[in-house]
Design a protein around this ligand. Structure first.
Ligand code: ADP
Ligand code: PHD
Length: 456
């Protein structure tokens, strides 16, 4: 039995949904189908999830949100009409959205989550109706009825252990299960979404729960490539990679698969295959526990901007017990998580995602560092990017860092920070955001210019 997840681009229009149906028809073991909300049909398009966030925000601000509501309804109405479905389905979706925006707005995050989740929920209902209309035995299954219980964290929920036991029963359903991605329900029955891009996580949880032979993740590229194909021209394809490698690369910028979606599949030994809805006969990328890596120590290079550095220095910091803990506690009090902490004898930098900061938070952090930690200097800098080289074989390969640093300097960029990940499968370089594209291209050229295919 296979679990298939179709991402936003795979269900963005009627044409795409017809391709999904053909893929399901082709293989009788594709029994559980997880769907996203309609995504982008073209580069400048807006994902339904983003339209829903605008709708939620307009409703919260007390404005007339009719225009935002109609923008969502229109997307579904167009899809339904082109699939030859009854217009009633668009009316039902419109009523559902009206019901959701009239709900209690006291908890802002929960209110936004109810709207975000509707994107996948309504699309799953629509796709199940379409499957039935073309003679496939299919049913929409609601995550609450199936027991997808998650933590009480709107916008960043995680599946609880009992969810896996409950979801195992999906194996016994007769026809094809069409399951909405991206959300579950707390123990109190409140709808909670995963992090953005979280339909991948739903697919992985379901695959783990039912002990699937394979989790197929359908998207709009033939495979995972060694670098982002939007930045590097025709990057080499990765045929096979490990869960660890994919997790590191997803976290560092490979948006093709969610980093939190690796763990459920890994823990239950379910292989993952990334495939293309627009070219399903292409082999795709297999993500497995182990691979042969002697001929390709680096498997991918990811880059992501939006980082800030909190820099502190204090003479004899190295001898002061608890300094690091107290610094990190200041960040904890501001609800900021950190990514890296490169340090010297008398100085320490904490690298964080910039979106977690605000001018007020920065001021409080600086003040607490001065008053509580009595530092000699503290300042915060923005606009950094992290470029990450990933590969199981990197740790055993001599001269790799030298090759990388030479390539970065030849790209005209300064290295602000180096961190060898303790997982030993990654090497991180902090650079200025403006240098990201040049550095990524230079590193790609250095490590892959003579490689035809990776991971075989
Ligand atoms: N290294 C990479 N390999 C493949 N795709 C990548 C990579 N890095 C970024 N991407 C981007 O990820 C996109 C697919 O992810 P996403 O847009 O979330 O798809 P979906 O709609 O299927 O969820 C691709 O179109 C590609 O531009
Ligand atoms: N629709 C949600 C969840 C998701 O996984 O979407 P996609 O498959 O388009 O990445 C989002 O945009 O965050």
């Amino acid at each position: 039995m296979k679990v298939c997840k179709f991402g936003g681009t795979s269900v963005a229009s009627a044409t795409q949904i017809k391709k999904v149906a053909a893929i399901i028809k082709e293989d009788a073991t594709r029994k559980i189908v997880v769907v996203s909300a309609p995504g982008k049909r073209f580069d400048d398009d807006i994902k339904v999830t983003d339209l829903l966030i605008s709708l939620a925000e307009a409703s919260l601000s007390g404005k007339d949100a009719e225009e935002e509501l109609q923008a969502v309804v229109e997307r579904y109405a167009d899809i339904a009409a082109e699939l030859g479905l009854d217009h009633e389905i668009a009316q039902v979706i419109e009523q559902d959205l009206r019901d959701r925006i009239s709900q209690d707005k006291e908890n802002r995050d929960l209110f936004i989550d109810q709207l975000k989740a509707s994107g996948e929920d309504n699309n799953a209902k629509l796709i199940a109706a379409y499957f039935s209309s073309i003679g496939l035995e299919a049913e929409y299954v609601n995550p609450k009825d199936a027991g997808l219980i998650v933590s009480d964290e709107p916008g960043r929920a995680r599946a609880l252990p009992e969810a896996y036991e409950n979801l195992r029963n999906l194996r016994d359903r007769k026809g094809i299960v069409v399951f909405p991605g991206f959300f579950g329900y707390s123990k109190d029955g409140v709808m909670m979404t995963f992090a953005r891009g979280g339909s991948d996580i739903t697919g992985s949880i379901l695959a783990a729960a039912i002990g699937a032979e394979l989790y197929e993740n359908f998207t709009d590229v033939d495979s995972v490539f060694a670098a982002n194909p939007k930045i590097v021209d025709q990057p080499v394809e990765i045929k096979r990679m490990t869960y660890r490698e994919m997790r590191e690369l997803s976290y560092a910028g490979f948006s093709v698969f969610h980093d939190e979606a690796l763990m459920p599949a890994f823990q239950h030994s379910v292989p993952v295959c990334i495939k293309n809805t627009n070219n399903p006969s292409a082999e795709g990328t297999m993500i497995v526990a182990e691979r042969e890596y002697s001929n390709s120590p680096v498997i991918g290079i990811a880059a992501d901007g939006g980082f800030s550095t909190i820099y502190v220095s204090k003479y004899l910091m190295n001898r002061e017990l608890g300094f690091g803990r107290r610094l990190l506690q200041i960040l904890e009090e501001e609800e900021i998580s950190y990514e890296h902490t490169p340090s010297g004898i008398d100085d320490l930098s904490v690298i964080v995602r910039s979106h977690q900061l605000s001018p007020e938070k920065e001021e409080r952090i600086i003040q607490k560092c001065r008053e509580d930690l009595k530092v000699d200097d503290v300042h915060i800098e923005h606009h950094f990017a992290m470029v990450v080289l990933v590969g199981e074989g990197m740790n055993n390969t001599k001269g790799l860092t030298a090759r990388a640093t030479t390539a970065i300097s030849q790209a005209g960029a300064n290295i602000e920070m180096i961190n060898q990940g303790s997982s030993e499968v990654s090497l991180v370089f902090g650079i200025k955001e403006e240098d990201t594209t040049n550095v990524l291209r230079a590193l790609y050229k250095e490590f892959f210019s003579t490689t035809a295919v990776l991971g075989v």
